[in-house]
Unconditional design. Structure first.
Length: 357
């Protein structure tokens, strides 16, 4: 698989996901503002990839601080807000930005100089990146255990290597299961309006020779009922402390169908996708995107030019529809208030990023 992003000579190279599958092109980001633009345009997308991109964006922002005449930490805090708010739903974005900011402020308070802090921040940004791959592989191991021996899986959007720093969350589970001979077929919802399922998931699985069949979103119910789908796995962008989970628009519908057909519905997401301070999914901010995304496919109009459009990019699947949440710490089960609370305690205890050294 081609790398979603890489850090080279003080610049962030991003795979342009808007060009896939027609072309494999890269964008060079030399400042954090360009990373924010890439996030808004979905050139880089998917919750864990956004977390890592936020880390590198904060590193680029720190580099620019050498030129500031104002208070360094005030300017850095502004950059953090800009990065965290480039897209509102995936909590990983603010998670990555906050981790970097916390590290910088705490090092500054010990009197470390700018260059030394930059070196430590570079280590931390790289650690967020490499740790994400390790986390995905761990999720893959736990997830593969719960896959039926002959899995026929339906997935929505793209929660793959492209949406992370490598391997993937939902597609990571599928990759690990495939390596164990457990995956017979993956049905990929095309995922309107921006077609992450068709453009990215179908491409990614095909590249890895994992059997995949593309369907349009309105074929999900009939596919699940008549093609022996025995498990649904998706990713998530933000999970509240009660287990309600925001993911790409259409996920909620898929979860309702799964419930009606008694097919287990799983979410695969790292601890960084949990927003432990939110008590329910109602508090998750849902991004609304431009009407052109619905009125057009790429640049081709498919609706009257000024027709009113409602374009929420995500929906929230209530915890009651979720059979389990696959994390790098194991598979969480209902009651989620309890299992997520335990996860939170474990995360706080671990405090694993090593930037302090
Ligand atoms: O708008 P996108 O493409 O960023 O939406 C991505 C999703 O909804 C993914 O399913 C989610 O981020 C999980 S990625 C491992």
């Amino acid at each position: 698989m081609v790398d979603t992003m890489s850090w080279k000579d003080g610049t962030l190279i991003i795979l342009d996901q808007t060009a896939l599958p027609s072309a494999v092109e890269f964008i060079t980001c030399t400042n954090y503002q360009r990373v924010c633009t890439a996030v808004k345009r979905l050139e880089v997308r998917g919750a864990p990839a956004l977390g890592a991109a936020a880390g590198f964006a904060m590193l680029l922002a720190y580099k620019e601080l050498v030129h500031t005449t104002q208070d360094i930490l005030t300017v850095y805090a502004k950059a953090k807000e800009e990065i965290a708010q480039a897209r509102p739903t995936a909590v990983n974005l603010s998670w990555g930005a906050n981790l970097m900011y916390k590290a910088a402020t705490s090092m500054a308070s010990t009197g470390k100089d700018l260059n030394a802090i930059y070196t430590s921040l570079e280590k931390l940004a790289m650690e967020i990146y490499t740790e994400d791959i390790r986390i995905n592989k761990k999720m893959g191991e736990y997830g593969a255990e719960i896959l039926p021996a002959s899995s026929i899986i339906l997935t929505h959007c793209n929660a793959g290597a492209l949406a992370t720093c490598g391997w993937g969350t939902a597609l990571g589970v599928i990759r690990s299961g495939f390596a164990q001979g457990k995956v017979k077929m993956v049905y990929a919802d095309e995922t309107r309006p921006l077609l992450q399922g068709a453009r990215l998931t179908a491409w990614e699985l095909n590249e890895d020779h994992i059997p995949v069949t593309l369907i349009t979103d309105n074929m999900a119910a009939t596919t699940m009922a008549h093609k022996h789908v025995n498990i649904v796995i998706t990713g998530a962008d933000r999970i509240a402390a009660n287990g309600d989970a925001a993911n790409k628009i259409g996920t909620y519908g898929v979860a309702l169908i799964a419930k009606a057909l008694q097919i287990p519905f799983y979410i695969a997401a790292p601890a960084s996708t949990f927003d432990f301070k939110l008590t329910s999914g109602e508090q998750i901010p849902i991004e609304e995107r431009a009407p052109q995304e619905v009125r057009q496919i790429k640049t081709v109009p498919i609706a009257p030019p000024n027709i009113p459009v409602f374009n929420p990019a995500f929906d929230v699947t209530p915890a009651g529809l979720i059979s389990g949440i696959i994390t790098e710490y194991g598979v969480l089960r209902p009651p989620y208030k309890e299992s997520i609370n335990k996860l939170h305690a474990q995360v706080l205890k671990e405090d694993k990023y090593t930037w302090k050294v």
